[in-house]
Design a protein around this ligand. Structure first.
Ligand code: PLP
Length: 376
C-alpha cells in the first residue's frame, strides 16, 4: 500500500508511539492527583507544554491541551467572538477555511458580519483586500496558515504586522496543516490551533495556544484541568507523543522539504502537457491537487485505491459532502475541474519509489478513463 493521504492523517512515528507506550506504562497517573505519581505526571505535562511552545517560537504564549484542532478552533472562535461582540461585529476570514472554522462562524451568523478576504488564483490572501476590509467594526481575522486542499501558504507574519495597528482585532491562525511542515513566524498571533495526528503524532491530542488566557471561554466544565480552561483527565501519553512528534518533524526540515520538492516537481513535470489534466499551483511541497477533467474525483480515488495507492478527493472532512469544494471554487476553478480533482499529500517518509508508482498509477487511470476526459 502506498499512502499519500497524509493531509487527512499521518502514520504515527515510531518515536511518538514509543513515548505514548512508555508514558502509558510508567506514568499513567492522573495529572491532577496529588500523590507523587500524579505530581510526576504533571511535571511531564508541563515539560511537553514548554517544548511545544518553544518549538513553535511561542515561548511567552500559553497553551492548553485539547483533543485536536476541531476542538481548539471551536473553543477559541467562540471565546473571541463572545468577548468582542460588544465592540463590533465584523469577522474576516479567507474563502479557504476548514469546516471547523467556517461552521463555528456560521453558528454566529445572526450576530456577526462575516466577510471573506479575496485570494489570488494561487490561494494566497490578497493583503490589499484585507487592508480595505479592516475597519473599527472588525473584531477577528481568522486564517488557515497552510491550506489543506491545495497547499498554499498564507503570509502570517505580514498579516500579523498589518493587524498591529488594529488593537481591537484578534488574530487566529489555524496552523493544523502548517505545523511540522513549514516554519512560520507566529509571534503576532493571538491564537493558534494544531493537531498531533497531522505531524506523525497520535490521534486525540491537540493544542490551543493563546497570548492571553482570558480569551478562552471553556467549552468543557468539570474538574478544572488545564487551568480551568478544559476540564477532563489529560491524555498525557498522547501529549508527550505529540511533543516528541513535533520535535522530530521539525528536525532538518529544510532538507526534508527540498527532497519532497523534487518529488513534487517530478509528478508535475510528468503530467505537464497532459491536456485533460489540471494541476493546481502549490507552495508547499507536501501537496499536489490535480484534476482529471470530465471525470469524478471519487472514481479516480477508487481506481487508485484498487492499485494500492491511497489519496483523497478533497479533504477527509468534506469528502462525504456533494457540494463543490469551496477552496477550488474560490480560486476560480470551473465545475468540471473541481469535480474531477484529487488531493495527493506526501509525508516526510514518502519515497521516490512511491512517487514513481504514483506516476504510473495516475497514467493507468488516465488511460482507463479515455474519452470520459476532456480538455481543460
Ligand atoms: N483545520 C485544518 C486546516 C485541518 O486540515 C483539519 C483536519 O483535517 C482540522 C482543522 C481539524 O483537525 P482534527 O480532525 O484533528 O480536529
Amino acid at each position: 500500500m502506498i499512502y499519500l493521504d497524509n493531509a487527512a492523517t499521518t502514520k504515527p512515528s515510531k518515536e511518538a508511539l514509543k513515548s505514548f507506550n512508555q508514558v502509558s506504562e510508567t506514568l499513567f497517573f492522573n495529572t491532577a492527583s496529588i500523590h507523587k505519581g500524579g505530581r510526576d505526571a504533571a511535571r511531564l505535562l508541563e515539560a511537553a507544554r514548554g517544548q511545544i511552545l518553544n518549538e513553535l517560537g511561542l515561548g511567552t504564549h500559553h497553551l492548553i491541551f485539547t483533543s485536536g484542532a476541531t476542538e481548539s478552533n471551536n473553543i477559541i472562535l467562540r471565546g473571541m467572538i463572545e468577548r468582542k461582540l460588544q465592540f463590533g461585529k465584523t469577522v474576516l476570514v479567507s474563502e479557504l477555511e476548514h469546516p471547523s472554522v467556517v461552521n463555528v462562524l456560521e453558528h454566529y451568523k445572526d450576530k456577526i458580519n462575516l466577510q471573506f478576504i479575496k485570494t489570488t488564483p494561487q490561494g494566497v490572501i490578497d493583503l490589499d483586500d484585507l487592508k480595505e476590509k479592516l475597519n473599527d467594526e472588525c473584531i477577528l481575522v481568522s486564517v488557515m496558515a497552510l491550506n489543506n486542499i491545495i497547499g498554499s501558504i498564507q503570509p502570517i507574519e505580514e498579516i500579523g504586522q498589518i493587524l498591529q495597528s488594529y488593537k481591537k482585532v484578534y488574530f487566529h491562525v489555524d496552523a493544523t496543516q502548517a505545523v511540522g511542515k513549514v516554519t512560520l513566524d507566529y509571534k503576532n498571533v493571538d491564537a493558534l490551533t494544531l493537531s498531533a495526528h497531522k505531524f506523525y503524532g497520535i490521534k486525540g491530542a491537540g493544542a490551543l495556544i493563546v497570548n492571553d488566557m482570558n480569551v478562552i471561554d471553556p467549552l468543557l466544565l468539570g474538574g478544572g484541568h488545564e487551568k480551568d480552561k478544559r476540564s477532563g483527565t489529560v491524555n498525557l501519553p498522547a501529549i508527550v507523543g505529540m511533543a516528541k512528534a513535533l520535535r522530530i518533524s521539525n528536525e532538518n526540515l529544510t532538507q526534508k522539504n527540498d527532497r519532497l520538492e523534487q518529488f513534487n516537481n517530478k509528478v508535475r513535470t510528468h503530467f505537464n502537457d497532459y491536456n485533460k489534466m489540471k494541476i493546481q499551483d502549490a507552495q508547499s511541497p507536501y501537496f499536489i491537487n490535480l484534476s482529471f477533467v470530465g471525470a469524478k474525483g471519487e472514481i479516480v480515488v477508487n481506481a487508485l485505491s484498487e492499485l494500492g495507492i491511497y489519496v483523497s478527493t478533497t479533504s477527509a472532512c468534506a469528502s462525504k459532502s456533494n457540494e463543490l469544494n469551496e477552496t477550488l471554487l474560490a480560486i476560480g476553478n470551473k465545475n468540471d475541474v473541481i469535480e474531477g480533482s484529487i488531493r495527493i499529500s506526501f509525508s516526510q517518509n514518502t519515497t521516490e519509489e512511491e512517487v514513481d508508482a504514483l506516476i504510473k498509477g495516475l497514467d493507468t487511470v488516465y488511460k482507463q478513463l479515455g474519452d470520459i476526459l476532456h480538455e481543460v
